[in-house]
Ligand binder design. Structure first.
Ligand code: ADP
Ligand code: MG
Ligand code: MG
Length: 201
């Protein structure tokens, strides 16, 4: 079973990964975007870490941790990724409810709902060269293991290179978006990598 502390460790690991890779995420967002994805997520996840530290009493359960993280991303990240990641975490947290502990299967089902909410908000589907190209295969592989999910998300991110973007800022480039890895799919792989790190202890 996974308690609130596990989810705090996930968010802290995500913040660390974003910090480590912020420059790369921004570089990926240069040819097919506006070169701010790394700084957007750095601002967002730094605020998430601060919000989790500042909560007194600490969020009691997994659902509360993820909903606080999601709300924080929505209120601090201006770009498209803020509301999308915020929705992912808020919706996942809402699905987990107010249980003090959740099973891996409950988390898998909740993340499924969270990813569906991202698709609902942004109107994108796999193949559109967005974060969904990492999130969908990643969450599908959660039934195997957290590390398998991280690996599937990373493969999904790399597989965005030959795609033409159909959603988001990169879609304005049409065919010129081909040949570049999608920044949001890349950060989604980092997010699932952080989950695997939290699960490894
Ligand atoms: P912005 O494009 O507003 O500057 P970011 O650079 O932070 O925002 O995030 C860009 C990423 O957001 C893209 O690489 C893509 O993965 C993701 N994205 C953009 N629009 C959508 C959408 N409609 N659905 C899913 N993901 C999207
Ligand atoms: Mg951008
Ligand atoms: Mg922007």
């Amino acid at each position: 079973m996974r308690d609130a502390d596990f989810f705090r460790r996930w968010m802290v690991a995500a913040a660390a990964a974003v910090e480590r890779e912020a420059q790369w995420l921004t570089e990926l967002d240069s040819p097919i975007g506006d070169a701010d994805h790394g700084s957007n997520l750095l601002r967002g996840f730094t605020a998430v870490r601060a919000a989790l530290d500042a909560q007194d009493p600490a969020p009691a359960g997994p659902g509360a941790v993820l909903q606080l993280a999601g709300r924080t991303l929505i209120s601090t990240v201006g770009g498209a990724s803020g509301p999308l990641y915020g929705t992912l975490l808020r919706r996942t947290g809402k699905e987990l409810g107010d249980a003090a502990e959740v099973s891996d299967e409950e988390l898998r089902a909740a993340l499924d709902a969270g990813v569906a909410a991202v698709a609902g908000l942004g109107g994108a589907a796999p193949g559109d060269k967005t974060m969904l190209d990492a999130l969908v295969p990643g969450v599908a592989a959660l039934g195997t293991s957290y590390r398998a999910a991280a690996d599937a998300a990373e493969a999904g991110a790399r597989a965005t290179v030959p795609l033409q973007a159909r959603k988001g800022r990169a879609s304005y480039l049409g065919e010129r978006s081909v040949g570049h890895q999608d920044p949001g799919a890349t950060s989604s792989a980092l997010l699932l990598g952080a989950l695997a790190d939290a699960a490894d202890g």
